[in-house]
Design a protein around this ligand. Structure first.
Ligand SMILES: Nc1ncnc2c1ncn2[C@@H]1O[C@H](COP(=O)(O)OP(=O)(O)O)[C@@H](O)[C@H]1O
Ligand SMILES: [Mg+2]
Length: 264
């Protein structure tokens, strides 16, 4: 079963009497544990597509499946509950609550789940350790660097152990070295936990770390590229042997990276 399946997705917005086609007939499947980059120029539909995949918005047409769940068929209330348990979001500006500590920010999504206080604390501690944030647990966001803030944002997205993490330009406000570091952490979590990650990015260096790229242009999938995945480390016997599926007939040619960010 696919971790994420998009079937003929369309999203239209009515703006001042005209229709904006933000996403047009987008279809793809991602296998569990895939790390996929959505690339394309500003306005090409990346954020809209992520919102549809995560059930933050509903398509005008088409279907989104996350595992065995048809997200578009759910009532708004059920979709909210489903999202809380199954999807983690990482935002461009990490959106941390300034008056809360790193640990309290990470714990926030757990308040929506039926867990004991002890289990919440255990999960937060384990994740802060995993992401090298243990010593910063009691710092407020203003006391952290941009890269550390985005790591806290990532910890918050992962703390519910979601099957799917959606990240919308998570490195947009970071220098290139810190950006790479944050995405390396995402990739490590993707490998270790087999979390499926879909990442919208403008950054060619970040894009290069993904297993698969989907290039959008004016809301349409202009190109698709799959990179051969490294094998799972033999020490982690519980890791699935995941691969990204590629739509039949779409050639897996490595295009020059610079072309991915334009519609030419
Ligand atoms: N809520 C909205 N209302 C009207 N138009 C929107 C809305 N959201 C996005 N759009 C339009 O849809 C297109 C795609 O936007 P977006 O998904 O934000 O692209 P990207 O993330 O690639 O920059 C743009 O033309 C944008 O102006
Ligand atoms: Mg965007």
């Amino acid at each position: 079963m696919s971790a994420v399946l998009a079937i003929g997705l369309r999203k239209q917005f009515a703006v001042a009497g005209r229709t904006v086609h933000a996403v047009r007939d987008v279809s793809f499947a991602l296998a569990p544990g895939a790390l996929c980059a959505i690339v394309g120029p500003s306005g090409s539909g990346k954020s809209t597509l992520l919102a549809l995949l995560g059930g933050l918005d509903v398509p005008t047409w088409g279907e989104v499946w996350i595992g065995a769940a048809n997200v578009g068929r759910m009532s708004a209330a059920r979709r909210t509950r489903f999202r809380a348990a199954n999807v983690g979001f990482v935002f461009q500006a990490h959106n941390l609550v300034p008056v809360l500590t790193a640990a309290e920010n990470v714990a926030l999504p757990l308040t929506l789940l039926p867990l004991s206080a002890r289990e919440r604390a255990r999960r937060v501690d384990a994740l802060l350790d995993d992401l090298g944030l243990h010593d910063l647990a009691h710092h407020r966001p203003a006391e952290l660097s941009g890269g550390q803030q985005q790591r806290v944002g990532l910890a918050r997205a992962l703390v519910t152990a979601p099957a799917l993490v959606l990240a919308d330009e998570p490195t947009a406000h970071l220098d290139s070295r810190t950006a790479r570091d944050v995405v390396e952490v995402m990739r490590a979590m993707n490998r270790r936990r087999a979390t499926t990650i879909v990442l919208a990015t403008h950054d060619v260096a970040i894009d290069a770390l993904a297993d698969e790229q989907i290039a959008l242009c004016d809301g349409v999938v202009a190109r698709r590229h799959e990179r051969r995945r490294e094998p799972w480390p033999s020490s982690s016997s519980d890791s699935p042997s995941a691969t990204c599926s590629v739509t039949p007939g779409v050639p897996s040619l490595p295009p020059p990276p610079s072309r991915w960010l334009s519609c030419s």
